[in-house]
Design a protein around this ligand. Structure first.
Ligand SMILES: *Cc1c(COP(=O)(O)O)cnc(C)c1O
Length: 365
């Protein structure tokens, strides 16, 4: 090789730190020789997929030699009905992170700034660098994305603001009033992106109705996903909602066959299965209470969460507790890469899974 390969690379790419995903079950099985493992590390639905989804996939298997519908026509129609919006205000992605990346690819020019919260979803930082933009970090206020400080940080270079609402790994949310204030005062050349991966879980009355806000604020894009409540994380499917003018632009950078036919069919069926949705919400609500009550008994602090996960302050280093839990067959998420070394993030599981986690935790702290 004539010269170091790193000299050839765009410096923005070298600024990216490798993403650390939740450890897969198979890896722990192989590394530690354990059989009975539970994963509470990636905010997946503990119920497994809906039976309507698995049946539809089985039926579709004989057709997988065909390319998928590049326009995701049927899925967009189903989503449009479900959300009461027009199909041309929807774009479908290979996970919602694919839609988030399309947004940056479409709008970011070199030296444009992208505002994100200090402990925001790691994908935002990857996307910012990868699209050659400059991430600008805003410290949280009481563990919530500080929208007042965000507004103050806006300047002529601010192109995008990414807000995960609720946030991950913090689990808190911003209210309708706060968001309106931001949208009313944000510069005209700035687009606000609301990542609502956990929106189905939120019950709070002051949680914003962003599709309604879109009528008054054209520079708003919302992303949602089938990975969390709908239990399809492994299939990679999510979507974005915005004014048709914006969707038309995003479609220019969307790779034509970005979403598999199986994922499209599964998503349509997942939307139909309201029993599954209800069961998932109930198990999460009860599990959240179970975890909160027990953590209070242990005297442990946690960040209040409106999602399907909790971020817990632990008495020792989060990484070493993570390793001990791993040895007990329980996978949680250490938050060292999020600069939260004293915390772990735990997904709400089934009642039995939560019990097992809490028992192991009681033993270890
Ligand atoms: C899990 C999650 C997503 C979902 O990503 P997909 O690509 O749709 O699986 C998006 N944003 C946040 C903040 C998340 O935690």
């Amino acid at each position: 090789m004539p010269c170091s390969i790193k000299k050839l690379v765009n410096p923005d790419i070298l600024a990216i730190e490798l993403y650390q995903p939740g450890k897969p079950i198979q890896e722990v099985q192989q590394e530690l020789g354990l059989k009975d493992i539970i994963k509470l590390a990636s905010n997946e639905n503990p119920l497994g997929p809906s039976p309507l989804v698995t049946q539809a996939i089985q039926k579709h298997l004989q057709d997988i030699h065909y390319y998928p519908d590049a326009g995701a026509h049927d899925l967009k129609k189903a989503l449009a009905n479900h959300l009461n919006v027009s199909p041309n205000s929807i774009i479908v992605g290979n996970g919602s992170e694919n839609v988030l990346a399309m947004i940056s690819h479409t709008f970011i020019k070199p030296n444009d700034e992208i505002i994100i919260s200090k402990h925001a979803f790691a994908t935002f930082t990857i996307i910012a660098h990868e699209s050659h933009g400059k991430p600008v970090y805003i410290p949280e206020n009481n563990w919530r994305h500080d929208l007042k400080a965000t507004l103050k940080a806006c300047n002529q270079h601010t192109k995008l603001i990414y807000i995960a609402n609720p946030g991950n790994p913090i689990g808190t949310y911003n209210t309708d009033e706060e968001l309106r204030e931001l949208l009313t005062s944000v510069p005209e050349h700035t687009i606000v992106v609301l990542d609502e991966a956990y929106y189905e879980y939120v019950n709070e009355k002051d949680y914003p109705n962003t599709l309604k806000l879109m009528e008054s604020f054209p520079n708003l894009i919302v992303t949602r996903t089938f990975s969390k409540l709908y239990g399809l994380a492994g299939l990679r499917i999510g979507y974005g909602i915005a004014r048709p003018e914006i969707i038309e632009l995003l479609n220019r950078v969307r790779l034509p066959f970005n979403v598999s036919s199986i994922a499209q069919i599964a998503a349509i069926k997942a939307l139909e299965d309201q029993d599954y949705v209800e069961a998932s919400l109930t198990i999460n609500r009860e599990g959240m209470k179970q975890m909160q009550d027990e953590l209070k008994n242990f005297g442990l602090k946690y960040i209040p969460s409106v999602t399907n996960f909790m971020t817990i302050k632990v008495p020792e280093n989060g990484l070493s507790l993570y390793k001990k839990l791993l040895n007990a067959g329980i996978i949680v998420r250490p938050l060292v890469s999020y600069q939260l070394p004293d915390y772990i993030r735990v997904t709400i599981g089934t009642q039995t899974q939560n019990e097992r986690f809490l028992k192991a935790l009681a033993h270890l702290i």
